[in-house]
Write a protein that binds this ligand. Sequence first.
Ligand SMILES: Nc1ncnc2c1ncn2[C@@H]1O[C@H](COP(=O)(O)OP(=O)(O)OP(=O)(O)O)[C@@H](O)[C@H]1O
Length: 550
Amino acid sequence: MGGVINVLARYARETNSKPFISEMSIPTFKLIGMYIGQSVFTFFYIFMLSNLGEKVAYHMKADLFKSVLQQDIAFFDAQRTGEIINRLTSDVQDFKSSFKQTISGGLRAITQIVGCSVSLVMISPNMTLVTLLCIPSVIGIGTLFGSLLRVISRKAQAQVEKTTAVADEAVSNIRTVRSFAMEEQEAALYIKEAEEAMVLNEALGFGIGLFQAGTNLFINGTVLMTLYLGGYMLSTNRLSAGDVMSFLMAAQTIQRSLAQISLLFGGVIKGLAAGARVFEYINMKPSMSLTGGKIIPDNLLKGDIEFKNVTFAYPTRRRQVILKNFNLSIPSGKTIAIVGSSGNGKSTIVALLERFYDVNGGSICIDGHDIKTLDPTWLRQNILGLISQEPILFGTTILENIRYGRPEATDEEVKYAAQQANAHEFISNFPKGYQTLVGERGATLSGGQKQRVAIARALLKNPRILLLDEATSALDGESEKIVQSALDEARKGRTVIVIAHRLSTVRNADIILVLNHGKIVEMGSHEQLLKLKGYYWALTYQQHQQPDAA
Ligand SMILES: Nc1ncnc2c1ncn2[C@@H]1O[C@H](COP(=O)(O)OP(=O)(O)OP(=O)(O)O)[C@@H](O)[C@H]1O
């Protein structure tokens, strides 16, 4: 801008303030046009590049998030949340920055190198050959060095991911951290991981610095060589002084462009490693797709469940077989309770029915159809209603949380589901009623209230099969009674699987089965099982000894 003002001031002085416009020559108009043109082009160039970068990042984020949500549950068993979030945030950001830098800086530098190389060849092909000899070597060494640095960069980014995961866990579990007074230890753990990330990033910086220094050495050597050769050709009259000057100018531009490319190198390395990590998840194919398969027509749907010779081990622990040749038949409309000591595979049965995992052997059928042949989305959205011990709510209003069960439900349907879940009354007592915000994971509601919202959410989809996995075990006696009566109401007309530790909550079940090491060891009604004086009787006896648990 200062330059423009100076030129205009000088022009005004030189023209002695004569009538300005009429005196302006055509070259002056061209000059002004170029100034304005340059600004306009700069604007478009920055705007378009920024737009392109944002679009690339947006598509990457969208594809990555969609792909993550479609992964098997086993993927989430193995991965920490913080690590996944890191790929969505830092890695996409690193890729975007590097992409923009590479396009803006790289394009300019390459154009300059190509343009100036053409000038060099035109001035002196021999000298050009010597001058540009360094380029293939720089590219060769750069490629070698680059692959080495990419490995370090990948390690550094994985370490940053680990650091984020530690922070994420500590912050999202802050109540547990506080109640165990573990702030210092958590901070120390974070600092240790962050330090490792710092060391790896420092090593990366060292490598990039080394590469740039080496490149500069090469490039500067080339300039010296050009000077020497130029002087020699001038003295032997093979080139004119003007040609030597032009050659030097062009060679210097190439040198600056190469230096610019070597500066970009570090960013490109980081961007490539980040991009590889993002695409690793985008290209990951889940073993079970979310959609596709049969849908049982409403009029044929009954809700019979059958486990036939099911064998299963969790993908993350292949050697621990949880169910082996497991058989179970539940007629539609019946309530079956599964009891047994902890770790026996009760929740696994529910997880398999939800198709969170596929069985390794045998099959699970609903109304005679293997669930592997049914559309998983239809199955989860319409047939199964799962209520688990720890109801997880989203940080939005009660209305939206219940509507999560069926997004197209009307406000009236939401209210009706809340009434069925014994939740309408407490919701109506909140000053904002159904519009009350529940806080992150429902933190501002009591355990019993959260559970009733979760029940309403499950009932809203009017599922044919209800899965109650310790649905009342986290509640105190009073809340349990209210929730239990809501569940008793919800059971009507549905096939229900109840998993419970407190045997008092399963007495009314049509069939109770006792699971031991993944095998059914007893089966019958409450009275029948008590008479057997076996496992069930022993469990009941144990609970009578612990009045709290009964
Ligand atoms: N996602 C998982 N990945 C690997 N192993 C798992 C997973 N979930 C459970 N397990 C293991 O499978 C076994 C059965 O677990 P499951 O949760 O089905 O038991 P449970 O009878 O419901 O126990 P509880 O009554 O304590 O809830 C346990 O040994 C458990 O450690």
